[in-house]
Design a protein around this ligand. Structure first.
Ligand code: C2E
Ligand code: CA
Ligand code: CA
Length: 679
């Protein structure tokens, strides 16, 4: 079956940039993070390299100075020897320092700035200014200065090194002749930053490379995770979208998708001037397949319908399932030489072919309603409503196909108004009126029971017979409140008659819909209690077709009613197709033979045969028999002769309002027809 999914495709296209934009944003963030970390690493490594240089320079200076102290012999303080030795030793220490700890130049001075030695520095015998660095060294501190390319050196040598070699570290330390003795001079050491800078740079390069690779892997993993999650979300949302637009059993488009496509088709048709056709189809015998063969067969059959219809349509047409056994076909534009009726005819012919499920041949005919835009309607709802009206028209008249025509609509309009009125009528006391028709025992003729038959006192149209509103109630769910309302009035009537000394049982007609409601028996028992009427005074009549439409389900409710002591009768017996098997199992007290077989039985041998057989059958199952539609004396006599248990019909009385019925019973009891009955 063609099930194109354009919405999903556009959906995935719409979502693609989401992953892309995530990739871009996360990449930018990763690069940003990398830059910050890189700068941080750069700063830290450079700082550490300067600190290292300071530390090694300082420690080599300290070592040299300490060695010198150890080697210094003791002289008389202030003696010439002492001064000479002092100068030489400072000088020696300074010379020893060159090359160690990265020192490139050393100058050794006396506290007054007189240069006494060194290497690569100012000449011996020259004076250098006593600058803060020297002063701080003379006070016993070791001072270092790091001068980078753009800084200012404290002296001429520093300045020269700075210009020729880049950054310079200057370290100055005082020199003591004896441990703890006075500071006799100072050494100033110059070390170049360049070598450690180079080392730092190479370390930084390695670190940055590791960082970059790490971040790249991090980003790739993140991207993979996110794009995987995005894909799963996308797939999930596609699945959800699919479910939202398709029927889960058949995979066909559902009402929502049908609406979308119909709306699009109507829009297109407005531009091109073409015709949009909506065909609605309801399977007639589907319920039987479900009931008789089971739901699996029903489901499998429903799955075959789509492909069967699609085979007679173009790919651009849509077959949708609207629910249950209702299907719709959308033809967005009719090809030349086609008409809605022609297409509908082809589909109907296709459906007329048997379906095979598990080797079982199934025939399901469908009623088809056809509506077209813009001729009949200009919206999806309009098209659907019209097709529905047409389909019901087809059903009602047993036709296969009906095309929508405005005249058909008037029926549904009055139906709608009437539905509203009936809903109100059920709730308005006095609008539902019961007439009662007596049932006579045979052969005695005694009246112990009456049947309640509802009429509707319509505010404008007068007293309506049940045929004018019961089918409407049946088809809309109003039948349940209606049945309960009738039951309430009937029970109140039983109580009222009992007050007058008239003890009559009343039979109430109950619809099939009530039998599928498990709470129905309890509702009835509640009403009985409220009315204060004994259970035995209520009889319930159910048509044969109502029971047989779903005997398994009806059985539970019937058994509950029977167990409670309520007498049950099968109405219109002979018109349905009772299965003997069920008849035997059902807790039924009476069967009421349909008047179609009774009224003319004295003139029609086959009617008489049916009545006779029915009586025998019922008796053999322990049930008693009521004959309906007894209109003449001879029929009554014949029934009595056949052993029929009860008779009901115009010959005795038409259904009468409660008051008249009571009158009738009183008169009847004495003389009149009773004599006729027994004659
Ligand atoms: P039903 O249950 O078979 O009721 C008997 C119908 O036959 C009544 O028609 C009655 O007036 C008519 N009838 C009785 N004796 C004779 C006769 O000798 N000759 C002829 N020709 N007809 C006779 P009514 O009152 O028009 O009711 C028609 C149907 O409406 C009932 O058929 C029943 O199926 C339904 N109905 C009536 N009241 C109710 C109700 O309260 N609830 C439900 N669910 N259905 C009801
Ligand atoms: Ca009845
Ligand atoms: Ca009947």
């Amino acid at each position: 079956m063609a099930s194109p999914l354009p919405p999903q495709r556009t959906g995935s296209r719409r979502r693609m940039p989401l992953v892309l934009s995530f990739a871009t944003v996360s990449l930018l963030m990763t690069v940003g993070l990398g830059t910050v970390l890189g700068l941080q690493i750069d700063r830290a490594v450079r700082q550490r390299s300067v600190t290292d240089l300071k530390r090694t320079t300082a420690s080599s200076v300290a070592l040299a100075v300490r060695m010198m102290i150890v080697e210094t012999p003791q002289f008389k303080p202030g003696s010439v020897q002492e001064e000479l030795v002092q100068v030489r030793l400072i000088n020696t220490a300074a010379e020893a320092l060159v090359g160690s700890g990265g020192a490139v130049a050393v100058e050794a001075t006396l506290p007054n700035g007189f240069v006494v030695g060194g290497a690569n520095g100012p000449a011996v015998g020259t004076m250098i200014p006593v600058d803060p660095l020297l002063r701080s060294a003379l006070s016993g501190k070791t001072s270092t200065l790091t001068i980078h390319r753009d800084g200012h050196a404290p002296d001429a040598l520093g300045e020269r090194l700075l210009r020729t070699q880049g950054g310079v570290l200057v370290l100055q330390r005082g020199v003591r002749m004896t441990p703890g003795g006075p500071i006799a001079g100072a050494v100033r050491v110059y070390a170049l930053l360049a070598p450690s800078n180079r080392e730092a740079a190479s370390e930084i390069r390695t670190d940055l490379l590791v960082l970059a690779v790490g971040l790249l892997i991090f980003w790739l993993v993140l991207f993979r995770l996110v794009s995987g999650a995005a894909r799963r979300i996308r797939e999930q949302s596609q699945a959800n979208e699919y479910l939202a637009l398709h029927d889960s059993l058949t995979g066909l488009p559902n009402r929502v998708l049908l609406r979308q496509r119909t709306d699009e088709a109507i829009e297109d048709a407005a531009l091109t001037g073409s015709t949009v056709t909506l065909i609605l189809m309801d399977l007639d015998l589907f319920k039987d397949v479900n009931d008789i063969l089971g739901y699996e067969y029903g489901d499998r059959l429903l799955q075959l319908i789509g492909p069967r219809l699609q085979a007679h349509l173009r790919d651009t047409d849509t077959v949708a399932r609207l629910g249950g056994d209702e299907f719709a076909v959308l033809i967005p534009d009719l090809p030349d030489g086609e008409s809605p009726l022609l297409v509908a005819g082809r589909l109907s012919a296709a459906m007329a072919q048997s379906f095979t499920v598990d080797g079982v041949l199934l025939d399901v005919s469908g009623a088809i309603g056809v509506s077209a835009a813009p001729a009949d309607a200009e919206s999806f709802n309009g098209l659907l409503r019209n097709a529905d009206v047409a389909m019901h028209e087809a059903k009602q008249h047993g036709r296969e196909i009906t095309e929508y025509a405005p005249e058909l609509n008037t029926g549904s309009a009055t139906r709608l108004t009437m539905l509203g009125e009936l809903r109100r009528g059920i709730d308005t006391p006095g609008e539902l009126v019961l007439h009662y028709q007596p049932k006579a025992d045979l052969p005695s003729g005694a009246i112990k029971s009456v049947e309640a038959l509802v009429r509707w006192q319509h505010p404008e149209r007068g007293l309506l017979p049940p045929g004018e509103f019961i089918p409407l109630a049946e088809s809309t769910g109003l039948i349940r409140p209606l049945t309960m309302a009738v039951m309430r009035v009937a029970l109140a009537q039983i109580a009222a008659w009992a007050q007058e000394g008239l003890f009559l049982r009343v039979a109430v007609n109950v619809s099939a819909k009530c039998l599928s409601d498990n709470t129905f028996p309890d509702q009835v028992l509640d009403l009985l209690r409220q009315a204060g009427v004994p259970v035995g005074a209520l009889e319930i009549e159910i048509t044969e077709s109502a029971i047989m439409s779903d005997p398994e389900r009806a059985l539970g409710v019937l058994e509950a009613l029977h167990a409670a002591g309520i007498s049950l009768a099968i109405d219109d017996f002979g018109t349905g197709y009772s299965s003997m098997a069920y008849l035997k199992r059902l807790p039924i007290n009476d069967i009421k033979i349909d008047r179609a077989f009774v009224t003319n039985m004295d003139q029609d041998a086959s009617d008489a045969a049916i009545v006779r057989t029915s009586i025998q059958l019922a008796h053999s199952l322990g049930m008693s028999v009521v004959a309906e539609g007894v209109e003449t004396g001879p029929v009554l006599a014949q029934l009595t002769e056949l052993g029929c248990d009860h008779a009901q019909g115009y010959y005795l009385s038409k259904p009468l309002p409660a008051g008249e019925l009571a009158e009738w019973v009183r008169r009847y009891d004495g003389t009149g027809r009773l004599l006729l009955l027994t004659s």
